[in-house]
Design a protein around this ligand. Structure first.
Ligand code: LRH
Ligand code: MN
Ligand code: MN
Length: 390
């Protein structure tokens, strides 16, 4: 394929790509040792929307904001959706929270006590309702359920409770809503997690139905896991619902996507592109799930989006005709070189062109710094709170 054709197609796909930012990334966050408060963080869901609108204004590809309930609880969700619309964005995935109440010490929908399970299911159903009111097509379910010790609970009984709880939620979802089931191999529990991996999530999604898909949080795997492989398998099964992008060096670090290992991000996007997953109609949700412990959130989220765009652009520049030929001919090194050539390309000029074509500043971070937005929120907002808190 000619370089011009590749570049032309890449630009078309990059113009259509959408990346969702998470409301909790805009607030303060930290570790269990210390939260260093930042200046200018949002005090309300509306101010998180303002920040997300700012990220969208400079990148042009981040027109939605994921909510976490009750961290973003309001009395009037349709009004919040209208507010988002007035700022040029919309409300995205609804993330229920069944991990912060005292009752959830032994789990939520897998809890041994049916009364606690019912409470957790009620909250999930409330989130389905919120999603209907906000026009969100995605319910992102992450369960902190698990056990710490051998014998603490029955693994299979917990799987049964999980299936039963999820089925109730799935049955309540309107036609246009999908349930994305997120997995995590450890934390907060250290012996078993009830949804520890993509295989368990996939098995539950298969039972639930077509609108249940797996959510891959890139920070939720054991070191050395080949994420692009499981992405490829889930894509093939049409059960890859989307991503929570972030970077990890050690555990669930929640650092900026593409910061620790841009090559891994490229490898993942190469598989997505190969399966046609970059087409908007494929419905793969590209969401960020990050915490900015040291750095200011708005420019960090802009940078994260640029990192996803750069990895995407490189994946789009892989000459797939040449790759297919080399693979067919058993040309191992040739095939590898085709992919590595794309990875080694500096795609920043291409992305600058894409932005200019859309009437955006070719340098979103520079434009953000020049805009004075950070100074404005630091002067205006006194007493902003935790991103991970109601
Ligand atoms: C869990 C998780 C999940 C939560 C978010 C705040 O570690 O990735 O997606 O909703 O963090
Ligand atoms: Mn996540
Ligand atoms: Mn996480």
């Amino acid at each position: 394929m000619s370089e011009n054709t590749l570049r032309h197609n890449a630009k078309r796909v990059l113009r259509a790509q959408r990346i969702e930012t998470p409301s909790w990334a805009y607030g303060n966050s930290g570790t269990r040792f210390k939260v260093f408060a930042k200046a200018g963080v949002p005090r309300t869901p509306e101010e998180k929307i303002d920040d997300a609108a700012c990220v969208h204004e400079f990148t042009g590809v981040a027109p939605s904001l994921a909510l976490h309930i009750p961290w973003d609880q309001v009395d009037d969700y349709p009004a919040l959706a209208r507010y988002a619309e007035s700022r040029g964005i919309r409300l995205g995935a609804i993330n229920p929270n069944v991990f912060q109440d005292n009752e959830y010490r032994l789990g939520s929908i897998c809890h041994p006590d049916s009364a606690i399970r019912a409470k957790a299911v009620d909250h999930l159903l409330e989130c389905v309702e919120i999603g209907s009111q906000t026009g969100s097509g995605v319910l992102s379910v992450w369960l902190a359920d698990g056990t710490n010790y051998l014998g603490q609970d029955d693994i299979r009984a917990r799987q049964d409770r999980l299936a039963e709880g999820l089925a109730k939620v799935y049955a309540a979802m309107p036609e246009g809503m999908r349930l994305l089931l997120e997995y995590k191999f450890f934390e907060p529990h250290f012996y078993t997690m009830d949804v520890p991996d993509w295989g368990t999530a996939f098995a539950h999604c298969l039972r639930l139905g077509e609108r249940a898909q797996v959510l891959v949080d890139t920070g939720h795997h054991a070191p050395g896991t080949n994420i692009e492989f499981l992405v490829a398998v889930l894509l093939r099964e049409q059960r890859l619902g989307g991503f929570h992008f972030n970077s990890r060096n050690y555990a669930d670090d929640d650092l900026m996507v593409g910061a620790a290992d841009p090559f891994q991000l490229f490898r993942i996007l190469h598989e997505i592109h190969g399966a046609g997953g970059l087409a908007p109609e494929a419905g793969i949700e590209f969401m960020l799930d990050q915490c900015h412990n040291l750095e200011p959130s708005v420019p960090a989220l802009i940078r994260s989006i640029l990192n996803v765009q750069e990895a995407t652009a490189k994946a789009l520049l892989v000459d797939r005709d040449a790759l297919r030929d080399a693979q067919r001919d058993g040309d191992v090194l040739g095939a590898h070189a085709v992919v590595m050539d794309a990875f080694s390309t500096d795609v920043r000029p291409l992305l600058a062109e894409v932005r200019q074509d859309q009437g955006l500043d070719p340098d979103p971070l520079g434009a953000f710094y020049r805009s004075g937005y950070q100074e404005h929120i630091e002067a205006e907002r006194i007493g902003g709170g935790l991103g991970w808190g109601a």
